[in-house]
Structures are given as C-alpha cells and as structure tokens.
Design a protein around this ligand. Structure first.
Ligand SMILES: NC(=O)c1ccc[n+]([C@@H]2O[C@H](COP(=O)([O-])OP(=O)(O)OC[C@H]3O[C@@H](n4cnc5c(N)ncnc54)[C@H](O)[C@@H]3O)[C@@H](O)[C@H]2O)c1
Ligand SMILES: O=c1ccn([C@@H]2O[C@H](COP(=O)(O)OP(=O)(O)O[C@H]3O[C@H](CO)[C@@H](O)[C@H](O)[C@H]3O)[C@@H](O)[C@H]2O)c(=O)[nH]1
Length: 433
C-alpha cells in the first residue's frame, strides 16, 4: 500500500520504517528540513536499537523516503498517518495545534477524488477524529476521506521490536472501507486486532497509559509503606505478581514514572474528565504519588547523613528516563539532581547515551563524565537512577574500593541488597533497606 506518514519522531519514523519493511511504499514527512536532510543520509536523530539498519535497508530499496513536501506525500498516499506531537499545555490539556495544522495541510494537499484513509496515531483527546475530518473538509469540501484512530503503543528503547510484535492493534473506524484497508495494513503484525469506533479507540490509548501509570504509583506507594515497616518491596511485588489477575509487569518500584507519555497523558485524561465535570480522584492520586516519589532517594540520603549533605559529592548513574533511550523528557534524574545541588551537594553524572540531551536541563556545575567508575571515584554516595545494563554490572567491590563512603542508594532496586550489605555497603533501595 502507499503510505504518507506526517511527523518523523519516535512514532512516525519507527512505524513508517517498519511499514516499509513489510512491503509498503512509505513517504515520511517532517517540517524540519535538517531532520529530513539527516534522515536522507541515515543519520538517525533518535537513539532506538535496530532502527538505523532498517532505515538504510528500506531507503536503499526505494520503499522509504523522507521529505518536507506534505503535498506530494498526501497525493501519493492511500493511507495518511498523522504522528506529530501532542505535548501538554499549561492547563494539562493536550496541545492539539500540531495535529490541527497537519489536518489543514492535508486538506490543502488533496486535489483529486481518490479515496484516502487518514489515520491518527498521535495520542489525542476523545473526539479528535471528527475534528480532524471537519478541518480537512473545511479546506477541501469534496475530499473523499475517512478519518480513523489507530493509537500507537510502542515503548521507547524497544520501539522497533514493539512495532513488529505488538500485543494488540486497535482500529477505530467509522467506515467499512477504511476498516478493511486498515485491517489489510496491520494484519501482518498480529491476529489480535480490535475494531471499534474512533472515540473508544482514542480512549483506549489514554486509559492504557493511565492504568500502567496507576500500577506504578500503586507499587511505589506500597514501597513507601514497606520502608516504614522494614518489609521488602521486591518480595512483595513478586508475591503479588504471581496472582494471574495482577501479573508481574509494571510492578517495579522506583523513583516514579517519567518520559514523554505517562506524565502528559495522565494529565490530559484528567483534563478531559474535568471538562465534562467529572472529578477523576484516582488519576489525581496517581500524579500526587508520582510527584513525591522522585524525592525518595534524597530523603534516604538525608536520613543516612542526618540531613547534612552539604559539600558532599554524589555520583548519579543514569540520566535518561529509562534505559536504551536518549530521551530526557520528564526524566526523574533532572529533579533529583536539582534537589541535590539546592541542598549544597556536588553532582558527578554519567549516562551512556543521554548525556548530550541532558546537558541543558542540568545545573551548569554538574560534572558529566564518560565512565561509571570515574563518576563513583571519591564520591560520598552513589545513586543508581537509570537501570542501564552496564551500571548493573558494577560490583559491591567497585563501590567499596572507589567511593569515599560506601553509600549506595538504588533507585531501581537492581543491586543484590544482601550481597552489598555483606560487603559493608550502606545500601538503601526503594521500599527495601
Ligand atoms: N514517543 C513515544 O514513545 C510514543 C509512543 C506512543 C504514542 N506516542 C504519541 O505519538 C505522538 C508523537 O510522539 P513522538 O514522541 O513521536 O513525537 P516527536 O516530538 O518525537 O516527533 C514529532 C515530529 O512531528 C514533526 N511535526 C510537527 N508538526 C509537523 C507538521 N506540520 N508537518 C510535518 N511534521 C511535523 C516534528 O518536527 C517532529 O519531528 C504523540 O501524540 C505521542 O503522545 C508517543
Ligand atoms: O515497573 C515499572 C515500569 C516502568 N516504570 C517507569 O515508567 C516510565 C515509562 O516506562 P515505559 O512504559 O517502559 O516507557 P515509555 O516509552 O514511556 O512507554 C509508555 O508510553 C508510550 C507512549 O504513550 C506507550 O506507547 C507505551 O505503551 C508505554 O509503555 C519510565 O519512567 C519507567 O522507569 C517504573 O517505574 N516501573
């Protein structure tokens, strides 16, 4: 099939490339000239395992191209996918200006009566498919289109794998012809395809992210209660997760959820509810717990040193909001580092990939180094903030040998607590001492 993908970020670039790999002819559009120019020489603007090879392969076999020209991309396409950003506004609502602008541009680009399916992959408020259809038809009243919702569920860091092996695909279609074209496009990916109306599809995306965020805030709250009673959250989560009704995933206690999706999507769903005069108490509690959670590591450090951390050097292992990505959007590391420096501590930080993106978000005097052991050397304490594999390999011996004081605060509960303690480390995880 012939596809145009508008917006070449995490979602547009990955799904456009994967659809090309499945045999479709894909034109990816971005308004940023330098991004398009970089992509045309396989200089991939984001870090995503496996993506570069796939872009190169499909570009070379003429199935994938990059352009700033939305007009020709829409003209070529049977299906147009919208994958631009929907960041949060000050009120918490999703900023829909990028999606609406693209809708207008699609309307301006349609000049013939060919049938096209317009698909919204961006995460958008319920009712957006109808608004997008209105905006397109305002520009081109005779446009022969149907606007559908196919939300994206990929995770950063495993985006290519998630795209080829999704748990499910949701197709929100209000028209049988659009439904069958979208079934044809997505059927090579999975048998698990749910077809529904666009409004329910849009809600499935927000509800899924809000539910996962709720699971995280719930387990973080239990971890904080474990701390107060000397119970071990890892044992608690394992015991809970063996119940099939609960399941083991997304029960890792830590320093709160970050990234470009959960924080803004929970807020946007809350805003949607309030617009219809419904007070979403659970969503509010999820956000409140998450806000407090990023302070836990500094609270533990304060407790160990009786509140006197001024002048100390703290090694920060990991800056990205999660491993295998260079994305710093809503990364808890930023809040933690600011809190430490406001309390008079110095920070030495390391991240395998995200250091460049992190620089402008951190206080100027934060020293970013290239190597984890260099970060730890002569520091007074080490904070494991992002669970990159290479940090998990640091041993109790390394910490003991290199730290001035063997204090390790494990924000992701990845180290072997008992072994660390046996080796004389003053260890504190989240919900496990
Ligand atoms: N990042 C994720 O992991 C993820 C996963 C699932 C869903 N989503 C949702 O998908 C959407 C896109 O997210 P993202 O992270 O890929 O965003 P992004 O910010 O990485 O990329 C968006 C791209 O759209 C381009 N763009 C904006 N306006 C344009 C226009 N008029 N014409 C052409 N290009 C334009 C921007 O230049 C940018 O390159 C959001 O709604 C997000 O919530 C994101
Ligand atoms: O048990 C867990 C699992 C995750 N996290 C944190 O939760 C955040 C989000 O993690 P993850 O879901 O792996 O990353 P994202 O790439 O943000 O993906 C989420 O957001 C995307 C954008 O909407 C969706 O498409 C995905 O399905 C959804 O998982 C990160 O800060 C993680 O550290 C935890 O603290 N504990």
């Amino acid at each position: 099939m012939k596809l145009a993908v508008i917006g070449t970020g995490y979602v547009g670039l990955v799904s456009g490339t994967c659809f090309a790999d499945l045999g479709n002819e894909v034109i990816c559009v971005d308004k940023l000239e330098d991004k398009v120019e970089r992509l045309n020489r396989y200089d991939i603007p984001i870090y995503e395992p496996g993506l570069e090879e796939l872009v190169r392969k499909n570009h070379q076999r003429d199935r994938l191209s990059f352009t700033t020209d939305i007009h020709s991309a829409v003209h070529h396409a049977d299906i147009v996918l919208i994958a631009v950003g929907t960041p949060e506004t000050e009120s918490g609502a999703a900023d829909m200006s990028f999606v609406y602008k693209v809708a207008e541009e699609i309307g301006e680009s349609i000049e013939d009566d060919k049938y096209r399916v317009i698909v919204n992959k961006s995460t958008v408020p319920v009712g957006t498919a109808e608004k997008v259809e209105d905006l397109i038809k305002k520009q081109q009243p005779n446009a022969n289109i149907n606007v559908c919702s196919v939300p994206e569920f990929l995770r950063e860091g495993s985006a290519v794998k998630d795209t080829f092996h999704p748990d499910r695909i949701i197709i929100g279609a209000s028209d049988k012809r659009a439904e069958s074209m979208l079934l044809e496009l997505h059927s090579p990916l999975t048998d698990q395809i749910v077809v529904t109306d666009p409004r329910s599809s849009e809600m499935i995306k927000y509800a899924s992210n809000a539910f996962l965020a709720t699971k995280i805030s719930f387990i973080n709250e239990i971890a904080n209660i474990c701390d107060a009673y000397d119970a071990d959250i890892k044992a608690v989560a394992e015991g809970m997760g063996l119940d099939n009704r609960i399941g083991p995933k997304f029960l890792n206690a830590g320093i709160g959820y970050g990234g470009s999706c959960f924080p803004k999507d929970v807020k946007a769903l809350k805003h949607l509810a309030e617009e219809r005069n419904y007070q979403p108490d659970i969503l509010q509690a999820v956000m409140d717990v998450n806000e407090k959670q990023s302070h836990r590591m500094v609270e533990h450090l304060d407790r160990i040193f009786d509140g006197d951390i001024k002048g100390m050097t703290v090694a920060i292992l990991g800056l990205a909001f999660k491993p295998n990505t260079d994305d710093m959007r809503e990364a808890p590391s930023v809040k933690i580092i600011h809190e430490l420096t406001e309390k008079g501590a110095s920070v030495r930080a390391v991240d395998p990939i995200a250091a460049n993106n992190a620089r402008t978000l951190l206080p100027e005097d934060v020293h970013i180094v290239e190597d984890a052991l260099e970060a730890i050397k002569d520091a007074d304490a080490a904070f494991l903030v992002t669970e990159w594999d290479e940090f998990k390999k640091i041993t109790a011996d390394d910490f003991k040998r290199l730290l001035k004081q063997p204090v390790v605060i494990d924000g992701r509960n990845v180290f072997d607590r008992d072994l660390f303690k046996e080796n004389g480390i003053i260890y504190h995880g989240i919900g496990r001492k």
